[in-house]
Design a protein around this ligand. Structure first.
Ligand code: FES
Ligand code: FES
Length: 358
């Protein structure tokens, strides 16, 4: 279980907010952008995960405030004053184990990042409705939660098991090809298994990325002097500081790790500088002080247009917009079945790119 931070040592109580977390009185900085930041960054309570803050879209940061399930990244610090906050760390140990066993036995998690928030949402409904909670009644509440890898059927199985009081006894697989619970399912379900963003070590530094302001632009100058002089900043890195190859990639080494002066950006996620500071807030504040001079161009935004011979290169420093070419062959069975079909439909389907990670 996470321990709460010490009481404040400053007399500047106007700049602080007092409330209760898991039954313990706490006082934190009012300057936090939202409750989630106060919980994670000042109190080191990490079961509420940060999947999208401050967007309030993924549900990973769901906690109880005065008994109501809310996403903590949408909760202003002013609203927290005097309230009672409960995170998964503060839930009764037997109840935590019940949820952990159910999610493990039902296969209700894979990476587990979304599950602590879902457990809090499920608890809020089970607290209200008990065994009368149906799958149909629970399902709409999962609309507030994005699960990238498990889906929702097994999550509902687990919640139904808890609501119905079904005793679950998950066991790891012990035979090749046999079924079993996921390794570390319980700490994952409860948010106790740390992810990279949950790492806390003494003296740890924090990095923030200076992304390009333009999806396609020539970088004429990068001035890091103001960022370097900002409070708490230890270092600012640009492409000039990268040792070895500038480009990385799985199929071709065509992706610049950072865009140097003289280079050209290819998308809105290109990195121009990295600021390293003593706190996350200092790093994020200083990254805005990195001054960049651009010559802006029209970005390539149409993949089909980018395939034309006359299209400008999408990625600076490459010689083609074609990453790779694959050929697929259908067997005779398919052609025969297709020819014998009474109706055939020809259509082009498109979907967005899926990034399998938070
Ligand atoms: S981090 Fe709060 S909803 Fe995604
Ligand atoms: S288990 Fe839901 S995001 Fe991975």
């Amino acid at each position: 279980m996470t321990e709460l931070a010490d009481a404040p040592t400053t007399d500047d109580l106007d700049g602080r907010v007092s409330f209760e977390v898991n039954g313990v009185a706490v006082t934190v900085r009012r300057s936090h952008p939202h409750l989630l930041a106060a919980l994670r960054e000042e109190l080191d309570i990490t079961s509420p995960k940060d999947g999208c803050s401050p967007s309030g879209q993924c549900g990973c940061c769901t906690v109880f405030v005065d008994g109501k399930a809310i996403v903590a990244c949408q909760c202003d610090m002013d609203k927290v004053e005097g309230s009672s906050v409960v995170t998964l760390e503060g839930v009764d140990e037997a109840e935590r184990q019940t949820f952990a066993d159910a999610f493990a036995a039902c296969g209700g998690l894979q990476c587990g990042f979304c599950i602590p928030g879902i457990v809090m949402r499920a608890k809020s409904q089970i607290d209200k409705k008990g065994s009368a909670l149906t799958r149909a009644a629970m399902a709409p509440h999962l609309g507030a939660h994005l699960c990238r890898c498990t889906g929702y059927v097994k999550v509902l199985d687990a919640i139904e098991a808890v609501a119905q009081g079904t005793v679950c006894a998950p066991a790891l697989a012990n035979t090749v090809g046999g079924g079993g619970a996921k390794y570390e399912a319980a700490p994952l379900a409860l948010g106790d298994r740390g992810y990279v963003d949950d790492i806390r070590v003494p003296g740890m530094l924090h990095a923030a990325l200076r992304l390009t302001d333009h999806a396609r632009a020539d970088i004429e100058a990068i001035d890091t002097s103001a960022a370097l002089a900002a409070p708490g900043v230890e270092a600012v890195f640009t492409a000039d500081d990268l040792p070895g190859e500038l480009r990385v990639g799985i199929i071709h080494k065509d992706w610049p790790g950072m865009i140097p002066v003289g280079g050209r950006t290819s998308y809105a996620g290109d990195v121009l500088a990295i600021v390293v500071a003593d706190t996350r807030d200092h790093a994020r504040a200083a990254v805005d002080l990195v001054e960049v001079t651009y010559e802006v161009h029209t970005p390539n935004t149409d993949a089909r247009a980018a395939l034309r011979d006359t299209a400008p290169l999408s990625v600076w420093g490459t010689d083609s917009n074609v990453l790779s070419t694959s050929a697929y062959t259908r067997g005779a069975d398919f052609d025969d079945a297709f020819a014998a079909s009474a109706f055939t439909v020809h259509e082009t389907f498109q979907t967005q790119r899926i990034e399998h990670a938070f």
